[in-house]
Design a protein around this ligand. Structure first.
Ligand code: MG
Length: 371
């Protein structure tokens, strides 16, 4: 049962290139399938989430992270009476614009672009992938996704000021995105805040004691788990605690978003779009705990000495390859050399690098930069 404020697929604003309806898949289901079958989606398997050196096959990569975000988003969307198909495709596509080597790669790429007066932004890059770079259909470039999916790609995690992004004017930048899109940034946070604690613990970078000291919500859950399973090994007590923390975040997001929908008097999709701010969100108390977890992960995992060497290496690889192709554009593949005739070379080099997997960029670095 869809709530009255959900997006209804039969009222989609449609695709750039009209297509005839499919006999048994609706438009958002088709978009989900198009994303899953895209080359850029398959490459997520070999892109870093947090751990660049794959010390363990048990750690998340960007594909398994994406699947986790999709799973959480489906559950929450269903509980709120939202369009589950739309929430799912937005989750599946949310990280498709990420470059190799996680945030280190993203930072290095943006730094390199700034030297040329440009910038790299993974949401804008994701839109270019689905609009232009994916070549699957004879009739058009890109995946020809519905408006609501393209809008969600742009608006799920941040607001782009309309005056600075005239090229995005069709996406109603002065209005809020539907709740299905608003959810994604929050489910993304639930997914990585919990998964990174898990992988950080598994990697022996984070100890239970350390996590309990830095993340009070986890500490409470760990006490409950210990009291309930006093004889269990620590890893299983850890799992039980993490599950409870995870559940707390998901349940709070559902309950608090529901309460905010009521409090704001939201009765339709138009009300969601016209609301002065986003309606989906955690309660203040749980949001504070979410921020504690995030802050803890920055200090003790993302910026840890254990991950620093990988990060430095990632930044070096991206920066050196960028400079190499700027100086020797003839070494770019032909399709990119052709694109450089109509676009700034820096943008073309950036697009090429951003699409690479961790393995491929490392191989290119060995080949062209000799290390
Ligand atoms: Mg993500």
């Amino acid at each position: 049962m869809l709530a009255e404020y959900a997006v209804r697929v039969e009222r989609t604003r449609g695709r750039r290139f009209p297509e005839s309806p499919h006999p048994y898949r609706n438009d958002f289901q088709r978009d989900r399938d198009r994303v899953i079958h895209a080359r850029a989606f398959r490459r997520l398997e070999n892109k870093t989430q947090v751990f660049t050196a794959r010390v363990s096959d048990h750690f998340r990569n960007r594909l398994t992270h994406t699947i986790e975000v999709a799973q959480i988003s489906r559950t929450i969307a269903e509980q709120l009476g939202l369009n589950v198909d739309l929430a799912e495709v937005l989750a599946l596509v949310h990280d498709i614009g990420h470059p190799p080597f996680g945030h280190a790669g993203e930072k290095a790429l943006n730094t390199a672009m700034q030297m040329h007066g440009l910038a790299f932004d993974h949401n804008l890059h994701a839109l270019r992938i689905v609009e232009d770079f994916e070549m699957r259909y004879a009739a058009f470039r890109g995946l020809n996704l519905t408006f609501e999916v393209r809008e969600g790609i742009i608006k799920h995690s941040r607001d782009y000021p309309a005056d600075q992004h005239p090229e995005l004017s069709e996406y109603l930048l002065d209005r809020r995105p539907p709740l299905e899109a608003q959810l994604i940034d929050l489910t993304d946070e639930i997914a990585y805040n919990t998964a990174d604690l898990d992988d950080g613990y598994e990697a022996d970078i984070l100890s239970v004691q350390q996590i309990c000291n830095g993340v009070p919500a986890f500490a409470r859950a760990f006490q409950v788990a210990q009291a309930r399973y006093p004889a269990a090994i620590e890893k299983l007590q850890f799992n039980e605690a993490l599950k409870r923390f995870f559940n707390q975040l998901v349940t709070d997001l559902i309950n608090n978003t529901r309460a905010r929908i009521t409090a704001a008097g939201v009765k339709s999709l138009e009300d969601v779009r016209n609301a002065p701010q986003r309606v989906a969100g955690f309660s203040d108390a749980v949001d504070a705990e979410r921020r504690q977890a995030k802050q803890f992960l920055y200090t003790h995992l993302y910026y840890s000495p254990e991950l620093k060497a990988d990060k430095d290496r990632a930044e070096k690889v991206v920066a050196e390859l960028f400079d190499f192709w700027m100086e020797s554009p003839k070494e770019l593949p032909r399709s990119y050399r052709e694109k450089a005739q109509g676009e700034p070379l820096a943008r073309v080099v950036c697009d090429y690098i951003a699409g690479m997997t961790d393995n491929f960029i490392a191989e290119q670095h060995r080949r062209f930069c000799g290390s």
